[in-house]
Ligand binder design. Structure first.
Ligand SMILES: Nc1ncnc2c1ncn2[C@@H]1O[C@H](COP(=O)(O)OP(=O)(O)OP(=O)(O)O)[C@@H](O)[C@H]1O
Length: 337
């Protein structure tokens, strides 16, 4: 066990009802201390199962889980944001009392009756998450984003060593989400808390995580930093999780002027530029997806569909035609242009 690791699983398997296609199989992962590690994968790939094994709320069928190099005891009760060493924040707020005030909910996370200590800790936690002014509000009346801040404040009140976040920002609107992500990063830096995050949001994964663990059908298939996996994914599966991209067969790639030697080509939306309208405008705009300061266009030609980033919002409506040039594309293991 290296000093810079806090949790590790060695060859851990957990299946449900003896079905090997459920749960996770033979997983070995290392969670670095004081970093944000994100577990990513398609729906049903085993992310939550792995999170539960790492938190000690689920017992593996075989294999071992270590916390600071010692076997992690399995807890009988569900882990909640009131646990002290490893805490969990999920999107459903099940351990919060909707009718009680923010202050009471957060204070309930402390395992003590010492009133002064409670006041000091609750004030600190609420200030940390920028919600001190909400202290008298009933929890149930808060917005989704405010609720998540309160849940995280409760989870942090005991200064846990590990904070587990299972899809924590689903209910939070985009503007609020960024500031919450920023605050969590700050807390990780200042307090040295280890965060394990499960998320489906590529932007969140790339901007928040220090390390990514990619899980597919219950097995770890790839891991690395967001930069490594974004720029040099070994698997199409990984790029599809992290990036808006199009996957083409060799025949489809030919329509884009690409001769593929390996049979599958991946084109990131950001690597396609839109050329001036005119004779070369052969791609029909089928859908325009609003993304804030840019749009994502779904374009089609000869039954080949591509995703393209468009910064000139409103300029290419559905039904119009555009020309494109592809700056680079990915064939597994290598970039080509
Ligand atoms: N308690 C359970 N009983 C039976 N099967 C289960 C149970 N928990 C998980 N599974 C199965 O194990 C597999 C992995 O589930 P898990 O919830 O870990 O996936 P996930 O990646 O977190 O999915 P999602 O992103 O949809 O939440 C799925 O096939 C799921 O149906």
């Amino acid at each position: 066990m290296k000093d810079d690791l806090i949790l590790e699983t060695i060859s851990v398997t957990k299946n449900f009802f003896g079905d090997k296609s459920s749960g996770v199989n033979n997983i070995t992962v290392f969670i670095p201390k004081g970093k944000i590690t994100a577990i990513v994968g398609e729906s049903g790939s085993g992310k939550t199962t792995l999170l539960k094994l790492l938190s000690g709320t689920m017992k593996p069928d075989s294999g071992d889980v270590f916390f600071h190099g010692q076997p992690l005891p399995v807890r009988t009760a569900h882990i909640t944001s009131a646990h002290t060493v490893i805490t969990m924040v999920s999107q459903d707020n099940t351990d919060m009392d909707m009718g009680a005030s923010v202050w009471d909910n957060v204070g309930r996370g402390l395992p003590t009756e010492d009133a002064n200590y409670k006041i000091q800790k609750a004030t600190q936690a609420l200030n940390l998450l920028g919600i001190y002014d909400l202290r008298d509000q009933p929890f149930g009346k808060l917005s989704g984003g405010e609720k998540q801040r309160v849940t995280i404040a409760k989870a942090l009140i005991n200064r846990p060593e590990v904070l587990m976040l299972d899809e924590p920002f689903n209910q939070v609107d985009a503007a609020y989400r960024e500031s919450l992500q920023h605050d969590i990063r700050q807390i990780v830096k200042e307090w040295g808390v280890t965060v394990i995050l499960v998320s489906h949001d590529p932007a969140e994964l790339l901007s928040m995580a220090d390390e990514l663990i990619v899980i597919k059908e219950g097995e770890i298939v790839e891991y690395g930093t967001p930069e490594e996996l974004y720029h040099d994914p070994k698997l199409l599966y990984t790029s599809k999780i992290l990036v808006s991209c199009s996957e083409l067969t060799a025949a489809q790639a030919k329509v884009c002027g690409i001769k593929s030697k390996r049979g599958t080509v991946v084109i990131y939306a950001e690597h396609i530029s839109i050329s001036p309208l005119g004779m070369g405008a052969k791609w029909a705009v089928k859908q325009v997806l609003f993304k804030g300061f840019f749009e994502e266009l779904i374009i089609e030609r000869e039954e080949v569909s591509l995703r393209v980033i468009n910064y000139a919002r409103g300029k290419h409506p559905v039904g119009s035609k555009i020309g494109i040039s592809i700056k680079k594309y990915y064939e597994f293991g290598r970039w080509l242009s």
